[in-house]
Design a protein around this ligand. Structure first.
Ligand code: GLU
Length: 436
């Protein structure tokens, strides 16, 4: 079946308000399609493909929460361990109204490839709760988090599955996870979660790590493409942790940020935006809508804006067959997971645009999560300089390996990153063997 047919067959309904431009595609089918394409390149048989396509273990839970008004609400929660072949499962926890079981399965699979492509000793996992944290009080979010952790307690742990932040979760949420897990064990367990506050065994540099890694990947890509750095214009979609830090790091390096956005829309200023001013506005209003630093722009228009680099840093399925042809950027660096659909990839390829795929481009976050885990297990902490130097080394080695494979096999960066990642997971699987 063609890529398009497979995807169309598996459409799911997502709410349009919070999913930005989200085309109604099932992210799990997108992830399976990307894996299938890789298996075809590597000549991997159908049985092995099925084994790699399905998560090893999934836990679906109901999370009852006492709301501030005294009512009881029950949320759907998920923790999926896609693979534990190369090490414990690793991956974030997301709070969003569009979370589905299939989305979490896709995100868990992407974590497996992400950890493999950069060579971290982890498998892949992900968790999520279908909820709207923007409409909840901090107390409600805390109670929901603690109850969720109690439900998934048997499957997480520093050597089993280590959660981290993802969309709408932060260091405070990680602190509640660490505390709930630790009180159940009877002693503090710092290694059960990453992205923690510094006072609880967090790592210097973790907060900005995804964006710093994204920035390094952008620089490496510009270098191999032979593009000058001066005057480079970057369009960013999203203004969560990844979008904000990427804007800040790029602006500090004298690049021009021409857009930023939140779920309801964004702003555009061809003369350049100041991330600090946007952050001040965002902190006050929880949105960039109405911000006077630039002209109002929809999330759809943002992707098609005149720029050199496009950094989707929000949700899945943003660059699709319907808008890929209008993307002006010559380079797309994926700060989000799954922002580009497989059919959009084909169009971007034909146009000659280069895409640095999510599993490589945004791997800086989980890389510094790995550093944090190592520091937490050893109770011995590193300087921020050390963290950033080690991060750069890992990003550079991973980028070079993907670039070399792409040149050798004459395939794009996404296919090449998948070839590198899937080969590593399969090699580990062969060494361990199927048992029992
Ligand atoms: N949620 C982040 C990601 O998608 C970080 C995961 C982690 O640090 O474990 O890569």
């Amino acid at each position: 079946m063609s890529v398009m047919k497979t995807l169309k067959k598996n459409k799911v309904v997502r709410s349009t308000s919070s999913s930005l431009n989200g085309q109604n595609l099932n992210p799990y089918e997108v992830a399976r399609t990307q894996l299938k394409q890789t298996c075809d390149i590597l000549g991997i048989n159908d049985g092995t493909y099925e084994m790699l396509a399905k998560p090893r273990r999934s836990l679906v839970v109901s999370v009852p929460v006492k709301m501030d008004d005294g009512s009881l609400k029950v949320f759907d929660g998920y923790r999926v361990q896609h693979s534990t072949t190369r090490g414990p499962a690793k991956g974030g926890i997301r709070y969003h109204p569009d979370v589905t079981f299939d989305e979490v399965k896709a995100l868990a699979m992407w974590m497996t490839w992400k950890c493999a492509v950069v060579g971290l000793p982890y498998g892949g996992g992900k968790g999520g709760i279908r909820c709207d944290p923007k409409k909840m009080s901090r107390g409600e979010v805390e109670r929901m988090t603690r109850r969720f952790v109690s439900e998934i307690l048997p499957v997480i742990g520093p050597y089993r599955d280590i959660p981290a932040p993802d969309v709408n979760t932060d260091a405070q949420v990680m602190a509640w996870i660490m505390d709930t897990y630790s009180t159940n064990q009877g002693y503090p367990v710092h290694g059960v979660v990453t992205g923690k506050p510094l006072q609880l065994g967090g790592s210097l540099g973790r907060e900005a790590a995804t964006s710093r890694g994204l920035f390094f990947n952008m620089l490496f890509a510009l270098q191999v493409l032979g593009k000058p750095l001066a005057g480079l214009r970057i369009a960013i979609q999203g203004f969560g942790n990844v979008g904000y830090w990427f804007a800040r790091i790029a602006k500090d390096a004298d690049f021009k940020i021409v857009t930023a956005s939140t779920s309801g829309g964004g702003i555009y200023n061809p003369k350049g935006l100041d991330p600090e001013k946007l952050q001040t506005y965002y902190k006050k209003n929880r949105t960039l809508e109405g911000c006077k630093e630039g002209d109002r722009i929809s999330n759809q228009e943002l992707l098609e804006v005149d720029c050199d680099v496009l950094a989707p840093c929000a949700l899945e399925n943003q660059i699709t067959a319907s808008n890929a042809g209008k993307v002006k950027a010559f380079l797309v660096v994926e700060g989000a997971n799954g922002p580009t659909t497989p059919d959009a990839d084909v169009i971007l390829d034909k146009k000659g645009a280069t895409v640095i795929p999510d599993i490589l481009a945004n791997s800086g976050g989980v890389t510094v999560s790995y550093f944090e885990w190592v520091q937490s297990l050893q109770e011995y902490f590193w300087s921020e300089r050390e963290v950033n130097i080690k991060l750069r080394d890992i990003m550079e080695n991973a980028f070079n390996a993907v670039h070399q494979t792409s040149q050798k096999r004459k395939i794009n960066f996404r296919k090449s990153a998948y070839v590198v990642a899937v080969s590593k997971v399969l090699e580990a699987h062969k060494l361990r063997g199927l048992n029992p």
